[in-house]
Write a protein that binds this ligand. Structure first.
Ligand code: ACO
Length: 371
């Protein structure tokens, strides 16, 4: 090994376990299954609105009543998208996922931003509010344009989750569905240095603008090893279609050494705390509808637990994409929207990290060992 190679030390493929920066935004204890956003446990945060949690991520504190009212007004007042963006969405190939349309729309939004060259904190917070507020509008509009339906204007009297479902389906959602989608956005909002957040921070470290950092985040989030897994879980549920088929389906995947989507995690070596919350939400929906999807999911989980955790001693537990996909089946979310809905939540985490990066920046530029 060259002197430089020795100095660089052992390679950690996939950067497993490597700490590359400090953050105050969230922390994960992967051995004990604990996740906190700015010191508050996810089990407590899930009782707050998405708007309150976004305030926590961006402004470092849960808002009091007047702060929440002011911040919610800002977000709700920024939901509308321009006709230009709608025109761009109508030119997209309708076979693409909503995620691709969202990435295209963010790119276009950056062209139209009057302060594109202004990277002050004030300007960045204004851009952040606009992006977070508009994500649901873009995703819902793309879905409706693709299905040849009228685009629904946002309604500022509704929460982030309720308004998204309203714009998507064209009618006010039930209370339970609205509550669950708002919680979905809270649960997806932030997760330390996951691949897409890392991507966004690398882009920020070059001092690129905030829209570019979000496009990096979106591009990385899309893959099936990251949030794209949620769509794969929905497809798997459809393929299985009945509880009687679930065990054989999983045994077949394992015998072919294929991955069971929605399972496994780089950091958690036990249950992902978000998944345990999603499981309870999915059960609430199952109790009000056809229990089939929940029953299939429980059989998949029990089979993976028996075959991989107990027999092969691998720490392969459901991650947040597993039972969230089950909740989407109940709420009748089309599969092609699943990853984009993850992005609606995660954009607030990306932006919190990007602002943290800008505030104490050094170019992120690691080395490769030449082979
Ligand atoms: N099903 C079956 N086996 C699995 C699974 C799975 N879902 N996940 C990991 N394993 C096995 C691997 O086959 C490997 O076994 P081996 O040591 O015998 O070769 C071992 O566990 C380690 O797996 P890696 O893929 O090396 O683990 P890594 O930490 O690199 O990957 C990842 C983590 C990508 C999440 C992986 O578990 C996976 O591919 N899961 C399925 C896709 C998924 O659900 N992604 C969503 C993650 S959460 C999120 O990003 C929002």
């Amino acid at each position: 090994m060259s002197q430089e190679g020795e100095k660089m030390g052992e390679l950690k493929k996939g950067l497993e376990g490597v700490e590359v920066l400090e953050t105050k935004i969230s922390s994960i204890d992967g051995e004990n299954g604990i996740l906190k956003y700015r010191g508050t446990d996810i089990n407590d945060l899930v009782e707050y609105s998405f708007e309150a949690v976004t305030h926590l991520l961006l402004y470092e504190k849960l808002p009091n009543e007047s702060e929440l009212a002011a911040f919610s007004d800002q977000l709700r007042g920024s939901r509308k998208i321009d006709q230009d963006i709608l025109d761009v969405l109508t030119t997209c190939d309708f076979n693409i996922q909503a995620m691709d349309a969202l990435r295209t729309a963010v790119s276009y939004m950056s062209h139209c931003d009057p302060d594109l060259g202004d990277s002050s904190l004030e300007s960045n917070l204004r851009k952040a509010t606009g992006l977070i507020a508009k994500f649901p509008t873009v995703v819902a509009a793309f879905h409706r344009v693709r299905d040849d339906l009228d685009v629904i204007e946002p309604d500022a009297s509704m929460s982030h989750g309720e308004n998204f479902l309203y714009m998507l389906k064209g009618k006010k959602p039930g209370e339970l569905e609205a509550e669950i989608v708002d919680k979905d956005f809270v649960l997806s909002a932030e997760h330390e240095l996951n691949a897409s957040t890392f991507s966004a921070r690398v882009t920020a470290s070059t001092l690129a603008d905030i829209h570019s950092t979000v496009i990096s985040g979106l591009s990385t989030l899309k893959g099936p090893l990251h949030a794209g897994a949620r769509m794969c879980v929905m497809e798997m549920l459809d393929d299985i279609s009945s509880p009687e088929n679930a065990e054989d389906h999983v045994l077949n995947l394992i015998s072919k050494k294929e991955k069971v989507m929605g399972f496994g995690h780089r950091v958690y070596k036990t249950h992902d705390p978000r998944d345990r919350i999603y499981k309870k939400l999915a059960k609430r929906l199952a109790d009000h509808g056809d229990p089939k999807w929940f029953e299939i999911a429980e059989i998949i989980e029990a089979t993976v637990q028996r075959e991989l955790v107990e027999k092969r001693e691998k720490p392969i537990y459901p991650n947040l994409d597993f039972y969230s996909a089950v909740t989407y089946k109940y709420i009748e979310i089309p599969e092609t929207l699943a990853t984009a809905m993850f992005a609606i939540g995660r954009v607030s985490g990306w932006i919190a990290h990007v602002l943290e990066q800008y505030a104490d920046n050094r170019l992120i530029r690691p080395r490769a060992k030449t082979s």
